[in-house]
Design a protein around this ligand. Structure first.
Ligand SMILES: [Zn+2]
Length: 161
């Protein structure tokens, strides 16, 4: 049994006769007992009547030729980006590189701090942690310090076992 919201999603199709059985019958059953959906259908039918009364709009002269030209135009050559640009995009401000460097320093410091801690996770959990950490590392907004600590802990646990 569909609720009014589900029915109203299909009412526009119903109003123009675009629904097939059994959806059509289901909507008719619902409409027979639901004044709110009948009102909604009435509004949609009025909109359809107004739209049908409008004169057909002609496409602007040259529109189809312009669309065909766009479709048939050759693909633009992909822009070649040097490998160092992918590592250190020029659009990043210097402050971002300073932030990355500072984060790396903090990560190394934390790494050295936690190197004596032994986690209790099993191999499968540590695999998951390492894979997650590696994937998250590429996100420019990721917390590299926390990721570094997490990866180091995971690696330590593996070596201790
Ligand atoms: Zn209803």
């Amino acid at each position: 049994m569909k609720c009014c919201k589900d029915i109203q999603v299909q009412l526009a199709d119903f109003a123009v006769g675009a629904l097939q059985e059994p959806e059509r019958a289901e909507i008719e059953r619902h409409l027979s007992g639901c004044p709110a959906c009948r009102r909604e259908l009435h509004v949609l039918q009025q909109v359809g009547t107004v739209l049908d009364a409008l004169p057909p709009e002609e496409a602007p002269v040259g529109l189809w030729d312009a669309i065909r030209r766009d479709i048939e135009a050759p693909e633009p050559e992909p822009v070649r980006v040097p490998w160092w640009e992918t590592l250190f995009p020029a659009r990043w401000p210097r402050l971002a590189y300073a932030g990355i460097a500072a984060t790396a320093v903090v990560a190394v410091a934390l790494l050295m701090t936690v190197s004596r801690l032994a986690p209790a996770e099993d191999d499968e959990t540590q695999d998951f942690i390492q894979r997650h950490g590696m994937l998250a590392w590429n996100d420019p907004l990721s917390d590299k310090a926390s990721l570094g600590v997490m990866l180091a802990r995971s690696q330590m646990g593996r070596e201790i076992q």
